[in-house]
Design a protein around this ligand. Structure first.
Ligand SMILES: *Cc1c(COP(=O)(O)O)cnc(C)c1O
Length: 386
């Protein structure tokens, strides 16, 4: 029998997803903002300690809403890492802003908070920290900078759902937070996301922007007797079918996170010897952070070693991947005026990160197979002291 391949990620169901979808169908409510949407939002609000959670059809949509809510306008500047997913920047570029990239820390791969202040100028309006791999950015420093310069903080917490920083959930620390339920994230609904709002002054306008610029939410609550066009907006809300699927996942959140952490810890324990013998680095979790097992990555010696390890694993039908092409090196980043060499830590780490299979359904013998073949690869590599 040939061994089936081990994917990098596999979407999963934990229990009641299909049951809740059929309930939504039977109840005859398929459009957004029905009871499953409300249940998901209440769950997010009480679980994460945010004033308001609004489901969106993606984290990208939540970031776009946040950019509108922060009144980002042409000529404004926004500070973000270059080592991130494209939506972190695009949401602000769509409003006409210039994204001023900042390098990352070599330990957590999060934005280097010590370099933020030098990037601030009179046009700067917002800081967008990205909690890479579910590990918190240095939010105390970032929030202090935002207060000193009167900037909006929008957390890209797409990967950080359920993770904490000094005991507070990520996404609850800035003015707003954006989270993702994409099928590659911890809790999934295929596509999906939410905007978390911590500044109560933003809530009413957020509901309007999400409902095509109308006051429909107030109408449904009986607060106005007609709904009408009151602001700019778009359609950012997901269908009830998505919310029904998601609610089943949120109900099982403890199980899902525990499983991911167990997978993470097993990789950590078993691969740790490579740190010593081959100078390979594993994820670093600062004391202030409780992560959520979102991702397990290795930091290899160089790009060539990474390519060889990917090919070695592919021969065993193990799918390992890397990301990101730093945004400042992308064709769009070059158009914005960035150049190779602008962010040396980002460039060095982006060439060496390798993500290995880490998903809810990963079986332990499959995980052991991955570990075994990584070990076999390094058995053939020269030893390198740390
Ligand atoms: C996944 C991800 C996004 C985008 O999430 P979608 O829900 O797919 O729009 C944004 N930022 C980061 C850091 C991500 O990892």
């Amino acid at each position: 029998m040939t061994r089936p391949s081990i994917p990098f990620n596999r979407p999963f169901v934990v229990g009641k997803e299909l049951h809740y979808i059929s309930q939504a169908v039977v109840e005859g409510r398929l459009a957004g903002d029905g009871r499953f949407t409300r249940q998901c939002q209440s769950w997010l609000e009480s679980q994460f300690g945010v004033k308001k959670a609004l489901l969106t059809h993606s984290c990208t949509a939540a970031l776009e809403m946040a950019a509108i809510l922060a009144d980002i306008s042409p000529g404004d500047e926004v500070i973000a890492p270059s080592y991130t997913f494209v939506s972190t920047a695009n949401a602000f570029v769509l409003r006409g802003a210039h994204v001023r990239f900042v390098d990352i820390r070599a330990d957590t791969l999060n934005i280097d908070e010590s370099q933020i202040e030098a990037a601030i100028n009179p046009r700067t309006r917002a800081i967008v920290p990205v909690h890479y791999a579910g590990v918190g950015c240095e939010m105390q420093t970032i929030n202090a900078i935002s207060q000193r310069h009167d900037l909006v903080v929008i957390e890209d917490a797409a990967q950080a759902v359920g993770a904490t920083y000094h005991g507070h959930y990520l996404g609850s620390l800035g003015h707003m937070g954006a989270i993702s339920f994409h099928e590659t994230k911890n809790f999934i609904s295929g596509e999906g996301g939410a905007l978390l709002i911590n500044d109560p002054q933003l809530i009413e306008r957020a509901e309007i922007i999400r409902e095509k610029g109308t006051n429909r939410s107030r109408f449904f609550r009986g607060e106005v007797d007609k709904y009408t066009w009151v602001d700019i907006g778009s359609s950012y809300l997901p269908s009830e079918l998505i919310a029904a699927f998601l609610y089943a996942q949120l109900e099982a959140s403890t199980t899902i996170t525990a499983k991911r952490l167990a997978i993470f810890d097993r990789y950590m324990t078993r691969l740790e010897p490579l740190q010593e013998s081959h100078n390979i680095r594993m994820p670093y979790i600062p004391d202030h952070s409780v992560h959520n097992g979102h991702m397990f990555y290795l930091l290899l010696n160089d790009e060539d070693q990474r390519s060889r390890l990917i090919r070695h694993l592919a021969r065993q039908k193990i799918h390992a991947v890397f990301h990101y092409v730093p945004l400042h090196l992308s064709p769009m980043g070059r158009k914005l005026g960035y150049n190779p060499g602008d962010f040396p830590v980002t460039e060095s780490l982006a060439a060496r990160v390798l993500r290995i299979p880490c998903f809810f359904d990963l079986k332990s013998d499959d995980q052991d197979f991955v570990i075994e073949h990584i070990a076999a690869f390094f058995a053939g590599e020269p030893e390198r002291d740390a």
